[in-house]
Design a protein around this ligand. Structure first.
Ligand code: 0O2
Length: 215
């Protein structure tokens, strides 16, 4: 029975995943266009890299189970907001807000949620700007709005988050070691925030010295 259900679901699931891939392409393109325009105007790129990912089937099932939801296209579309993920990595924190503003001003983008972990860092020191947006993809039969999770971070914070993520998913780690490493990581997150602030100041000083507009 379960097998039958899963089987019936395969086609629509494949279709759904294809739509999420299209949504990722749309959002990536929007950021690439902004990056291009900005680099023409200010002679530097606000975006260092864009890393995108589609949540794995296992990850989706795990999240559905946690929320006590069935494995259906409808449940995924409504409740799993990070199937499509676009991570935008910038050198400077101010570029993150600039890019987010520019994206959200676009008239085809709908903002569903915003979490500002720069203004309110997490207890472990995590800092990023998270947006859940809906973006239309244009299909034969018309347009379809898809949810995409956008995470905007600095290079330094991305470096930190990658290592911290490894620690979070590490099983069988002794509690005292976990405690110690979490503290060390927290210290690193604070250093990261200081580094980012200092680098921004230096960049702005440099622009001033060159008589350029600060951006
Ligand atoms: P993965 O493996 O990266 O996909 P929700 O997504 O609604 O269940 P929450 O906590 O409300 O969970 O959403 P939030 O805070 O916006 O975080 C979602 C994602 O942000 C996470 O996805 C991580 O990618 C990243 N993130 C959030 N907090 C941390 C953190 O403390 N450290 C690191 N390294 N990343 C973080 P997943 O699904 O947890 O993981």
């Amino acid at each position: 029975d379960t097998f039958q259900k899963v089987h019936e679901n395969i086609m629509p699931m494949n279709e759904l995943m294809a739509y999420y891939r299209c949504a990722i392409m749309e959002v990536e393109t929007k950021f690439k266009v902004l990056n291009e325009e900005f680099s023409l105007q200010y002679d530097r790129n606000p975006i260092e890299t864009i890393k995108s990912r589609l949540k794995s089937a296992d990850g989706i099932v795990e999240k559905l189970n946690k929320k006590n939801l069935p494995f259906t296209v409808e449940a995924i579309e409504e409740y799993i907001k990070d199937v499509a993920g676009v991570r935008v990595i910038c050198s400077f924190e101010e570029d993150i807000y600039l890019l987010a503003d520019c994206l959200l001003k676009q008239d085809d983008i709908v903002l569903l949620e915003m979490k500002d972990y720069f203004k309110n860092p997490k207890e472990n020191g995590y800092r990023s700007l998270h947006l859940i947006v809906e973006v239309p993809i244009f299909l034969k039969e018309g347009k379809k709005y898809m949810k995409v999770e956008v995470q905007l971070r600095t290079i330094a914070m991305d470096f930190w988050a990658t290592l911290e993520h490894k620690l979070r998913y590490k099983k069988n780690i002794k509690p005292e070691i976990l405690e110690e490493l979490s503290q060390e990581l927290y210290d690193c997150a604070e250093m990261t925030a200081k580094l980012d602030a200092k680098m921004s100041l230096i960049k702005n000083r440099l622009s001033q010295e060159n008589g350029e507009e600060i951006r």
